[in-house]
Design a protein around this ligand. Structure first.
Ligand code: ADP
Ligand code: MG
Length: 322
């Protein structure tokens, strides 16, 4: 049986090529050098088996997603990711599982130039906690609280895919195999919107990532900014696979409350919209305007201009009563 140190060496020490890591894995703490004049942004998230992923999911996807959800939080702050640490709890040492998990994590880390600088390994029910650190130029962080009446509301990529992917996985929805595969990859391998985040610096007035459903996350942004909004449902960006999931009419409540998309939801003052749209020409997945900010608090939805009921269920909340 390999020792804890051997396991860490085997699965979590990899080439990262960052000159700002002075001491990575191997000592009691990591030492890094933040760039002069920048602010550090920190975020942490835990994934628990049975809560955030179903037992039996490919370990590579778990490794990817555990990091992706954290990078998505940094993206929502307009931050460039730099360093991560991983606290991993395993029921037993399964080297095939560890190899695949670490490959998924490493591939995403290397895509965004993120160094894994430390962590912890413990025995217990399967769960993992990743902390990420990134930076933004002084004063450039994006907050939930900056939206103003008159601002335009945008969302990157497409919404509702991950929730539909889960429905396919749980046998609640049947789709052609290519649409099913696309939706399942959106659920299991979300792409953190880092490039979009960097393009939003200096353009967006407020931002949040969509992890618990568009309606709930937009309401969080509205509450933090002390404003309201109207969203036109027919403008919500749906992927071709999501459209294939609905024989008309579209279940807007499902789209508004589905979690796990990890898109960025952001607001832009009208005078900045031109600059933002120009910056987004080069961003894969783009961004779509879905509504606007108003002074009256609360979220209002319209369908082709007519008032539409708010979704029955708000979105995902671990502690809400069913
Ligand atoms: P300590 O007992 O001093 O906390 P550990 O034996 O837990 O140290 O860890 C040894 C080194 O390996 C530390 O630098 C720690 O950050 C790193 N490490 C431990 N577990 C992980 C992991 N799952 N991923 C990455 N690095 C890890
Ligand atoms: Mg330790």
């Amino acid at each position: 049986m390999p020792s804890e140190t051997e396991l860490i060496q085997r699965y979590f020490v990899f080439e990262q090529g960052r000159a700002d890591v002075i001491q990575g894995i191997g000592d009691d703490g990591a030492v890094v050098m933040p760039p002069a004049g920048q602010e550090l942004v920190a975020s942490v998230d835990t994934l628990v088996e049975g809560v955030h992923f179903l037992p039996g999911i490919e370990p590579g996807a778990i490794g990817h997603k555990a990091l992706a959800v954290n990078l998505s939080d940094l993206a929502a702050m307009g931050a460039e990711p730099a360093w991560a640490s991983l606290a991993l709890t395993l029921p037993e040492v399964d080297e095939v599982w560890l190899r695949d998990f670490s490959r998924g994590l490493k591939a995403l880390a290397q895509t965004y130039g993120v160094a894994l600088i430390g962590g912890d390994l413990t025995r217990g029910p399967l769960s993992m906690t990743i902390q990420v650190l990134g930076f933004v130029p002084r004063g450039a962080a994006l907050y939930r609280s900056g939206a103003q009446p008159g601002d335009r509301i945008f969302v990157t990529g497409s919404v509702g895919d991950a929730g539909l992917g889960l429905a396919v996985l749980q046998g609640r929805l049947e789709l052609p195999s290519d649409a099913a595969a696309y939706l399942s990859s959106r659920l299991h391998r979300p792409a953190p919107r880092i490039e979009a985040a960097l393009a939003l610096r200096g353009c967006a007035s407020a931002a949040i990532d969509v992890s618990d459903g568009l309606a709930l996350d937009l309401e969080r942004l509205l509450a933090a900014s002390r404003v309201g909004a109207t969203v036109e449902l027919t403008q919500l960006p749906l992927s071709p696979a999501a459209r294939a999931a609905f024989t008309t009419p579209i279940d807007w409540s499902q789209i508004l409350t589905a979690g796990d998309d990890y898109e960025l939801l952001f607001t832009v003052a009208p005078e900045r919209a031109g600059a933002m749209e120009k910056a987004f020409d080069a961003i894969a997945g783009g961004a779509t305007e879905i509504g606007h900010i108003e002074a009256t608090p609360g979220l209002r939805c319209t369908l082709e201009g007519h008032a539409h009921a708010r979704p029955r269920r708000a979105g995902y909340d671990h502690f809400a009563q069913p």
